[in-house]
Design a protein around this ligand. Structure first.
Ligand code: BGC
Ligand code: CA
Length: 351
């Protein structure tokens, strides 16, 4: 009887011991791997529209930089992007969702620049820093909370640089620009979305550069094409029909619309020699090609890479509880500015 019990118990004890050892190994291994897993910085990005060329580029640039940065630090960076489809209501819900999921940083390309207070208050309640970019909230809203920031490029500079490209042509090749030779610069303006700071300020400052220099100007027409290439092509077709050769300069608030104007001229069979002077803003790849080809006379670099890098730098500093002012140039406690740069054929060829 005794030996029977022995026969039965011994292997049982061995098996239990083995199981315990295995469980211990699994436990230790599990804890180890969990310890070694890097922490994750989760950035929630809400854009006004994923169809926008410049915004699409900027977000891609942010994602690429996040992957590069991960490799250098013991940190995972998770960038998750939501499309507001040009609706503030949709965007509010998306930001709410990021907050509910306890994201570490919110990056918002706000649909309606006057609607930031609601988002800032939500972010402040949850103590999640909120970084606006490209579409500038009103100043009083940004001041509601110390961890609300705006990262962008100064609109006035882009308009002035665009105006300067045309001023240089007027001063150096006036007979080419002033087609009817009346000493007055006849122009049209393709405008971005109404209410956008870049629409309002670019439209004003590009002309101011010319009038400040004493150039006489005459506006034939201006209208919004909402940053959009095909809307701009349609607008330009109407203007071509109405004014034809009388259009000497097309100022466009961005490159997509400048390319739309070219689409319409091409469609109408206008030869490149007959094109008016066409200038844009952004320096997208197809616009740079047009500048090289001479169909556009110039553009202004909107530094999407610089904006994306500043967003990532600031996100990392905030995540690590560092004081951003010590590492980044932050104006008035809330603003990071990236300079615009003029882009002409000579400059592209000199590169
Ligand atoms: C860019 C436009 C873009 C807009 C979107 C502007 O700064 O120049 O191309 O559509 O931002 O907010
Ligand atoms: Ca003229």
């Amino acid at each position: 009887m005794r030996s029977k019990i022995k026969k039965f118990c011994f292997p049982l004890a061995i098996s239990l011991l083995a199981a315990a050892v295995i469980l211990l190994i699994i436990y230790i291994f599990g804890v180890r791997t969990r310890d070694q897993e890097p922490p994750t910085l989760r950035i929630g990005v809400a854009v006004y529209s994923q169809e926008d060329t410049f915004i699409g580029y900027l977000v891609q640039s942010l994602e690429r930089m996040a992957r590069e940065r991960e490799a250098g630090e013991n940190l995972r960076i998770n960038v998750s992007t939501m499309d507001g489809k040009s609706s503030q209501l949709i965007q509010n819900e998306q930001v709410q969702r990021f907050i509910a999921l306890n994201y570490d940083v919110l990056c918002v390309n706000i649909v309606d620049r006057t609607a930031a207070a609601y988002l800032i208050d939500m972010a402040a309640d949850a103590e999640i820093p909120i970084l606006f970019f490209n579409r500038q909230p009103v100043a009083e809203d940004l001041q509601r909370w110390e961890s609300a920031y705006y990262i962008g490029a100064p609109a006035e500079q882009s308009g002035s640089l665009q105006g300067k490209i045309v001023l240089d042509l007027w001063e150096n090749e006036q007979e080419r620009v002033d087609k009817n030779g009346d000493g007055i610069l006849q122009y049209v303006i393709l405008e971005g979305e109404p209410g956008h700071q870049d629409t309002l300020i670019r439209t004003e400052s590009c002309i101011q550069v010319l009038t400040n220099a004493g150039v006489r100007v005459e506006k034939l027409a201006s209208d919004t094409a909402n940053w959009n290439r095909s809307q701009a092509a349609a607008k330009m077709s109407q203007w071509q029909e109405k004014f034809g050769e009388a259009i000497e300069v097309v100022f466009s608030n961005n490159d997509d619309m400048a390319l739309g104007a070219i689409d319409s001229l091409q469609e109408a069979g206008v030869t490149t020699q007959q094109y008016p002077i066409i200038v844009g803003v952004d320096a997208t790849a197809p616009a740079q090609e047009a500048v090289r080809a001479g169909t556009m006379s110039g553009t202004v670099l909107n530094d999407g890479d610089g904006i994306a890098k500043a967003m990532l730098d600031l996100s990392l500093l905030l995540y690590h509880d560092e004081i951003p002012e010590q590492k980044l140039e932050i104006e008035e406690g809330h603003y990071i500015w990236l300079d615009y740069r003029q882009v002409t054929k000579a400059q592209l060829e000199g590169e």
